[in-house]
Design a binder for this molecule. Structure first.
Ligand code: PBG
Length: 329
């Protein structure tokens, strides 16, 4: 039956009808707030390219995490900054590192908040790459696996509910699962950054985490040798399927908004929960446009998060989590 018998506007007529027929929903319970933790005490350093986001020392991070939990946000994703960097990124598995101390302190203060840790070496290596370099300056996949496993174990030992490898080495989910099981952490979940693209939208994050890759003689030029080509969607599905086979509990697509088709394809291809990462550059664009008065921030953020849910994301990692939860109290 077509027009005039069919009129789709009938179900858009009132707010009540629209509420009744809405297909996708987003609430703070679907959201994960990323946080950057620093060594030291009473430190709070705003990230210039990400208005509203600060790097926090552990004491401040604990208070912030408690506040996020009270707002109804389900989880935090922790990134750490080390005191010192070296060639292998050894600060990443320091039992006394900022992330390890933050995990333990947050779980002690707010046990009901899920704590996920980012597992990668890029903020800890002097060259800023996500793994160790071989003689040619390429990131050595298999040598890196062991260091990632060590890092994941240190996070699990501190009490992390889940570890999230974001390095894009082949075989890292299997390596982490085996290492966690062997060290008696069978219940620590793995959130795999399965389809992580070599994206221009990570720029502000690299300011926040001080993790921009170096380039020059003997060092891989950028992350394209390990992160995915933005042109590839079939390959993203293979990445997700392999990670599920290797033991991933949740798979993730990253960035979010420019990759809605990839989120949908991954959602249809696997049966684990799917997360989407609404990354730093996506956040910075909205913040900048809102500050300039070019768009309504609350409406734009709500539409963005809803779009990610509609595309198939069960979970959204987003720097907007705190604002969204505050608006919806
Ligand atoms: C580390 C990592 C990155 C992000 C999350 N984990 C940066 C990168 O790969 O360069 C990006 C997050 C964001 O932009 O919000 N490998």
């Amino acid at each position: 039956m077509a027009f005039p018998a069919t009129r789709l506007r009938r179900l858009r007529k009132t707010r009540g009808i629209r509420d009744l027929v809405r297909e996708s929903h987003v609430s703070p319970a679907h959201l994960v707030q990323p946080m950057f933790v620093l060594p030291g005490d009473s430190r709070e350093e705003p990230v210039a390219s990400m208005p509203g986001v600060s790097r926090l020392s552990v004491d401040r991070a604990v208070a912030e995490a408690q506040h996020l939990h009270e707002l109804g946000i389900s989880a935090v994703l922790l990134f750490g900054l080390p005191e010192d960097k070296d060639e292998t990124g050894s600060g990443a598995w320091d039992a006394d590192g900022a992330v390890q101390r933050a995990v333990a302190a947050i779980k002690a203060e707010t046990p009901a908040l899920t704590v996920i840790t980012d597992v990668c070496l890029c903020a800890y290596t002097s060259h800023g790459h996500c793994g160790v370099l071989d003689r040619q300056g390429d990131v050595d996949n298999d040598e890196t696996l062991e260091l990632l496993a060590r890092t994941a174990i240190s996070h699990a030992a501190a009490g992390a509910d889940a570890v999230a490898p974001s390095d894009m080495m082949d075989g890292r989910v299997g390596a982490l699962r085996a290492a966690l099981d062997e060290d008696d952490f069978p219940n620590t979940a793995i959130v795999a950054y399965s389809a992580k693209f070599a994206s221009a939208f990570y720029g502000p994050f690299r300011d926040a985490a001080d993790s921009a890759p170096a380039s020059g003689p003997g060092v891989a030029e950028d992350r394209r040798g390990y992160q995915m080509d933005p042109a590839n969607a079939r390959e993203a599905v293979r990445e997700a399927q392999l990670d599920v086979e290797e033991g991933a509990d949740i798979v993730m697509v990253k960035p979010g908004l420019p990759y809605l088709d990839v989120i949908r394809r991954v959602r249809d291809a696997v049966d684990t929960p799917v997360a989407a990462y609404n990354v730093s550059g996506e956040y910075a664009m909205v913040k900048a446009a809102a500050a300039a008065g070019y768009l309504d921030e609350r409406a734009a953020v709500t539409e963005t998060l809803l779009s990610l849910r509609r595309a198939g994301a069960d979970i959204i990692v987003t720097y907007h989590a705190k604002d969204f939860a505050t608006w919806n109290q």
